[in-house]
Design a protein around this ligand. Structure first.
Ligand code: GLU
Length: 441
């Protein structure tokens, strides 16, 4: 069977870094096995789902370079859910309930007060036929899935290893509201069956959902997919942070983070594989292995992300960045400037130093005389830094910083920057000479 994974966001907000990680891992898992990676928009909650979020999710995935092999929307599949629901109803695996949320709240409080877990007491199952009819005449029920308590629920989790749940310790989940709308649990299972999903990889906040959903697969007569739950992401301070929950692709983009940096970090964060500035997506996918995932929360460190970003930019070939560079900036300029950028936007600032005009530095008198000498030497030797330095060494007593620094200041207006040997030819002999003369006063 073709490996099929899915990323199933609810369009009730933009993707945050945790969602991005789940999407990435699903895409890598599919890619590694030559399978399919699907996008499923979980938009059954009509009140909270928004079209602009759907568009933002698609745009973010495209920015990240995660291209789904197909897309489904739950709001377009309601008939399928009704069909599955009828099947469960016929099998006696869903049952109607009429408790109000206040009543349920009270039941929970009472249970907790007695030191018991707040599990739904199945009171609706003990209603007589007559009681049920009377209730049904008054109002529409909501529906719960009836868990099978006869044996423990077990599975081998791709990350967490053997898992075991006592179904009796779980509440029968509400699957359908009184207004006919669907809660997350059942549609997800019906879709996973219909879409041929072979591997469900998601956050560990879904572990107990898996226990319930495994019974739903069985009740619907379908073999369940493999399940794996990855440990959650925490901030660099080691806590589940609010900040992480709101950190989205827009924020990274605005900060000059390349999608490849986010991908390289998230691909291996929380695994035993080293986080490295790997730009090759196929190589990353080939190394993807659930067995390397740890069970401890993974720390997302923004400084590590910034470092990876810079390392990746430093390795980027010109053709890959050309369209995003200032116009006129050629391959030699990229090679000269690249080591001095931490985010790609920095290139513009260095390119402006090359093209000028620059602000002439205020030099000390002896330095002024020296750069005047340099202007003359440049006239003779052209825009060749080594030749210029060699000539100036002979002409002056200077060496080291005293030799280089006034030249750098006169030529760039700055105390630091890209290697002068690469920069000088870009500035060009006549412009360089003009700058030296201006600095000489
Ligand atoms: N829409 C669900 C969520 O965002 C999907 C969970 C799942 O992967 O099944 O949590």
């Amino acid at each position: 069977m073709t490996t099929t994974t899915r990323f199933a966001p609810s369009p009730t907000g933009v993707l945050h870094v945790g969602n991005v990680r789940t999407a990435l891992h699903n895409s890598m898992l599919a890619k590694k096995s030559g399978g399919r990676f699907l996008l499923r928009i979980d938009d059954t909650d009509a009140a909270r789902s928004r079209e602009d979020y759907v568009a933002a999710i698609r745009a973010d995935l495209a920015w990240l370079g995660l291209h789904p092999d197909g897309e489904e929307r739950q709001s377009a599949r309601l008939d399928l859910y009704a069909e599955g629901f009828e099947k469960l109803k016929a099998a006696g695996r869903v049952y109607p309930c009429w408790e109000t949320s206040q009543e349920l709240d009270l039941k929970r409080k009472v249970a907790l007060g007695r030191g018991l877990p707040p599990i739904y007491d199945r009171a609706a199952l003990s209603l007589t036929e007559a009681e049920r009819e009377a209730k049904a005449a008054g109002e529409a029920p909501h529906w719960r899935f009836k868990l099978d308590h006869s044996e423990p629920i077990t599975w081998h989790d791709g990350v967490r290893g053997p898992q075991k749940f006592d179904a009796g310790q779980l509440s029968d989940p509400v699957v359908r509201r009184a207004d006919g709308s669907w809660l997350y649990m059942l549609p997800s299972v019906i879709d996973d069956i219909a879409m041929g999903v072979t591997d469900v990889l998601r956050g560990e906040d879904h572990v107990s959902n898996t226990a319930v959903q495994l019974q739903m697969f069985t009740a619907l007569g379908a073999p369940p997919p493999r399940f794996a739950h990855e440990a959650l992401l925490v901030g660099s301070e080691g806590k589940l942070s609010k900040r992480l929950g709101s950190l989205g692709c827009d924020a990274f983009r605005a900060r000059g983070i390349e999608p490849g940096a986010l991908v390289a970090l998230l691909a291996r964060l929380g695994t035993s594989l080293p986080v490295e500035a790997i730009a090759d997506r196929d190589a990353l996918a080939a190394s993807f292995n659930l067995a390397t995932f740890g069970r401890a929360p993974a720390r997302f460190d923004e400084e590590e992300l910034a470092r990876l970003n810079t390392a990746l930019i430093h390795a980027m070939p010109y053709h890959q960045v050309a369209a995003r560079l200032p116009s006129g900036m050629d391959e030699a300029a990229w090679a000269a400037i690249r080591p001095n950028v931490t985010v790609l936007d920095d290139a513009a600032q260095w390119w402006a130093v090359v093209t000028g005009p620059i602000e002439a530095p205020a030099l000390a008198d002896e330095d002024k005389a020296f750069v005047a000498q340099a202007a003359a030497a440049l006239e003779a030797g052209g825009a060749d830094w080594q030749a210029l330095i060699a000539a100036l060494k002979l002409m002056s007593e200077r060496k080291g910083k005293a030799l280089f620094q006034p030249l750098r200041q006169a030529l760039t207006g700055l105390d630091h920057g890209p290697d002068m040997a690469s920069l000088l030819p870009l500035i060009g002999a006549s412009e360089a000479q003009a700058r030296l003369l201006r600095a000489a006063g």
